[in-house]
Ligand binder design. Structure first.
Ligand SMILES: N[C@@H](CC(=O)c1ccccc1NC=O)C(=O)O
Length: 357
């Protein structure tokens, strides 16, 4: 297989989602008056302290006009190799806008709200466009602190928006897909409680984009002579920065080595694994591994029998187009299309309303 060089940390990126216009500086208005294209970031810690511990919310309509029986929440976890401050909750904006403006309106009618979670990051040493200050406690954390923040954010979404009354679908890109699969499994989440039974029981679908599921394999595929020494060093920094120096820790934190207790997420009926052949940063072996692991643990592929076990856990594989970070950009509405497909499969789309002239 061939591997190519990841985004050079020295290259400033023109991607959206940077810290330039801080989400926290956006004035917070009463949630029920939030127009869709405006987003509002809410601190999920008490006391509210830092932008990296916020969740960004978009509402298609005042929340009280969304019927919990017929609308769902979509909850996004961004990537960025656990360290890149240019990658944030704003990665979800292209998908939100696509669903708002270009998708079949039936999908938007079935969405109560979009939430995109920021979490504390791991060290990003220089040279980098935005290196972390070694004394910044928000940009020098390690696993399981990222997961710890995701758990706190989900508890906040439950307390403030009652996501469990609506039901929800999770979406994650790259390290964000790693975080969702870790959360679903028995990987350590730190000192905070795991999501409540109500929150776990209301997750019905998961869309995993370009995820990293086996950290030792991630390093193996980016070691000389497969890649040049500089690229090898970047991948080593990513993994040691986020998971420490001990290789045992890398294996223990890897979703591919974990157990998935379906009963703990009883409504989860569909997991979608999606990646692009044009992904230059994360290899297809990652998806192949997690697919095999989920199959061993009870998920069944599309169009396959479930062996009479009566399980409802389906595993879909989908192809995307573009480079690693292009898949979440509006790129032909790929992610919006997946959301629509998942909503349709899960029975969330209602017959379109007939307009009265
Ligand atoms: N932009 C990131 C690179 C990055 O996101 C990445 C690089 C290689 C493999 C996976 C990556 N992202 C996963 O979340 C950085 O500058 O570190």
């Amino acid at each position: 297989m061939t591997s190519s060089t990841p985004t050079s940390p020295t290259t400033p990126t023109s991607r959206g989602g940077g810290f330039g216009e801080s989400a926290l500086t956006t004035p917070v208005s009463p949630i029920t008056n939030t127009p869709l294209k405006q987003f509002h970031s809410y601190p999920y810690t008490n006391p509210p302290i830092h932008i990296l511990q916020t969740v960004t919310i978009w509402l298609p309509r005042p929340l009280e006009d969304s019927d919990p029986n017929s609308t769902k929440w979509l909850i996004y976890l961004h990537g960025g190799a656990w360290r890149d401050p240019e990658c944030s909750s704003k990665q979800f904006i292209p998908t939100v806008n696509y669903l708002d403006q270009l998708s079949d309106p039936a999908t938007m009618s079935a969405i109560a709200g979009f939430a995109s979670i920021n979490y504390r990051l791991s060290p990003y040493p220089p040279p980098a466009a935005h290196p972390s200050d070694p004394s910044d406690p928000y940009r020098n954390v390690q696993h399981p602190t990222h997961l710890n923040d995701v758990c706190v954010a989900l508890a906040y979404l439950s307390a403030r928006f009652r996501i469990e009354d609506y039901g929800w679908v999770g979406i994650g890109h790259s390290a964000g897909a790693t975080l969702w699969t870790q959360l679903l499994s028995d990987v350590d989440v730190g000192t905070v409680p795991r999501p409540s039974a109500a929150v776990r029981g209301s997750l019905s679908g998961l869309v995993l984009l370009a995820g990293i599921y086996d950290l030792p394999l991630f390093l193996e595929l980016h070691r000389a002579p497969l890649v040049d020494a500089k690229t090898q060093r970047i991948y080593e920094q990513i993994v040691t920065g986020a998971f420490g120096e001990d290789p045992v820790g890398w294996a223990v934190a890897s979703p591919a080595n974990a157990r998935y207790v379906g009963e703990e997420w009883p409504a989860l009926g569909l997991v979608v694994l999606a990646r692009s052949k044009g992904d230059q940063l994360v290899e297809e072996e990652q998806d192949a591994e997690i697919e095999a692991v989920l199959r061993q643990q009870g998920w069944v592929g599309e169009g396959e029998e479930d062996g009479g076990r009566g399980r409802r856990r389906k595993l879909w594989v989908r192809q995307l187009e573009g480079g690693h970070d292009e898949v979440w950009q509006s790129n032909k509405g790929q992610i919006a299309g997946l959301v629509q497909e998942v909503f349709s499969r899960l029975g969330f789309l209602q017959a379109p309303l007939i307009k009265m002239e």
